[in-house]
Write a protein that binds this ligand. Structure first.
Ligand code: FES
Length: 166
């Protein structure tokens, strides 16, 4: 049996039930299935790609290409929490670039790096739909996604320090 299906039978059936039972419906389930797989290890492992491809009747290349396209997914081990700061144009106009730079400086890392304890990766992403409330970021972690808007470097450091303690 497919090990991913064996591990999460109920969750996977619930995801598949949301889509038509035809070929197109199975393909549509690929994103929530990848999200479920990512909760297991913090990233979508090569084995999970194979197993999801089998469930969705897709090629592994197709599944892997979706991971590469979306900032929501990772194909290699990374921080437990992803602090994703939007630096797209509207946020940049409200100081997002400087915010991100100062935040990383305070954490002793560069953009795209993970804190030495392996807990928090800070990265720049495109629009997160909070354009008028920059600087803003989302935290992606085992509990799902949380938004933090109208941030200062201090308030963001406070959020990150709580994540590192968790
Ligand atoms: S441009 Fe940053 S949230 Fe939209």
């Amino acid at each position: 049996m497919n090990p991913f299906l064996e591990k999460h039978p109920d969750e996977i059936q619930a995801i598949l039930a949301k889509y038509p039972a035809d070929e197109l419906g199975k393909r549509s389930a690929v994103m929530p299935l990848m999200y479920l797989a990512q909760l297991d290890n913090g990233y979508v492992t090569k084995d999970a790609i194979l197993q999801i491809a089998e469930i969705c009747e897709m090629s592994t290349t197709e599944v892997a290409s979706i991971i590469g396209f979306y900032t929501l997914y990772y194909d290699q081990p990374t921080g437990k929490y992803h602090v994703q700061v939007c630096t797209d144009l509207p946020c940049a106009l409200r100081g997002a670039d400087q915010f991100l730079e100062k935040l990383c400086e305070n954490l002793g890392i560069k953009v795209g790096e993970t804190t030495p304890d392996g807990k928090v990766k800070v990265e720049a992403v495109m629009c997160l739909a909070g354009c008028d409330k920059a600087p803003m970021f989302q935290v992606q972690g085992p509990q799902g996604i949380e938004y933090h808007e109208n941030q200062t470097v201090e308030s963001a450091l406070d959020v990150i320090s709580k994540l590192r303690e968790a």
